[in-house]
Design a protein around this ligand. Structure first.
Ligand code: HPA
Ligand code: ZN
Length: 319
């Protein structure tokens, strides 16, 4: 039995498996620039974050109607349940869809059809995290937040993703301020390809409660000390880091060092359809690569619930 865990860094669009992409393309009469599932599998070799994002956004084009988003989320829930996930805080990228003419309501209603009774059907509680694409404008982010207002009961937080370098967190100060006024919590991708300074900026300017990735903090020992002291969680994604060449190989991954420094690190899958595995494969892979002990694994599972936005009562059941 896989250990019970929360998954806190998972892009629902990144769970689009090649087989489902082809099935949806056919259902919707969409064109994919690949002849077969096999050919698409071969495209999953990335140079860096941007080369991945190019394919990730290209494939979202098969997601067009509510049912597509429901099917996508259902497929994720089934896999997550098998991996011992009890709680999932799921990123979605509305601008990747609204920019193609798919209404915000289509995206969130489609996802919610799968998610609203996920606890009863899969034993997994779920919340959505609305991510802004940081390479788009502040105005576009503010418009997206306005579109989300009727759905705030489905959304626990805002996040920030897409191309990091050159798009520092402070660009979105006004957007996060507005999100806070709406009662939303806040996270941000920082220190994946970008520098440790972006992590500090996300904390100081956006007032995020959690950092997504964050492995570059190790370049700044004073910042590490601060994260340890303030118990700021980092949602680490080992397979992603290797596939996007943030690190060379899994055996070089700093996760063990992060845990031993006292950082509240968690293990997550990021975009599992693209990076070679879901959260349990990430756990197993990093355990073997770094010879993690049972204690490390227990800490990772405990951290995942501590770092989550579930209410205190539910959290107490897991800790
Ligand atoms: N980083 C930034 N943006 C993303 C990612 C990621 O790992 N996955 C999907 N969008
Ligand atoms: Zn991510």
């Amino acid at each position: 039995m896989p250990v019970p865990k929360a998954e806190l860094h998972l892009h629902i669009e990144g769970t689009l498996e090649p087989e489902l992409a082809f099935a949806l393309a056919e259902r919707n009469g969409a064109q994919l620039p690949f002849a077969s599932v096999d050919e698409l599998h071969h495209a999953y070799r990335f140079e860096d974050l941007q080369s991945f994002l190019d394919l990730y956004y290209r494939l979202t084009d098969v997601l067009r109607v509510e049912q597509d988003f429901t099917d996508l989320a259902e497929a994720y829930l089934a896999r997550a349940a098998a991996a011992g996930v009890r709680h999932a805080e799921i990123f979605f990228d509305p601008q990747a869809h609204t920019a193609r003419g798919v209404p915000f309501a289509t995206v969130i209603d489609g996802l919610w059809k799968a998610l609203h009774d996920s606890e009863r059907r899969y034993g997994i509680t779920t919340k959505l995290i609305l991510c802004f694409l940081r390479d788009l404008s502040v105005e576009s982010a503010l418009d997206t937040l306005t579109a989300a207002e009727p759905y705030l009961d489905r959304i626990v937080a805002v996040g920030l993703d897409s191309a990091e370098v050159g798009h520092p967190p402070a660009k979105f100060a006004a957007v996060y301020q507005r999100a806070r006024e709406l009662g939303l919590r806040a996270v941000a991708h920082a220190g994946e390809e970008g520098p440790a300074a972006y992590v500090a900026e996300a904390l100081d300017v956006l007032h995020v409660e959690r950092i997504d990735h964050g492995i570059r903090v190790l370049d700044d020992p004073a910042l590490v000390q601060r994260l340890v002291r303030e118990r700021i969680p980092l949602t680490v994604c080992p397979f992603s880091n290797v596939r996007l060449r943030v690190i060379d190989k899994l055996t070089d991954h700093p996760l063990r060092q992060m845990l031993e420094l006292g950082l509240v690190a968690t293990v997550n899958s990021d975009d599992p359809a693209y990076f070679g595995g879901y959260v349990q494969e990430n756990f197993d892979g990093i355990r073997d690569a770094l010879n993690l002990t049972t204690d490390h694994l227990r800490t990772l599972a405990r951290n995942s619930f501590e770092a989550s936005f579930i209410d205190e009562y539910t959290r107490a059941r897991y800790l």
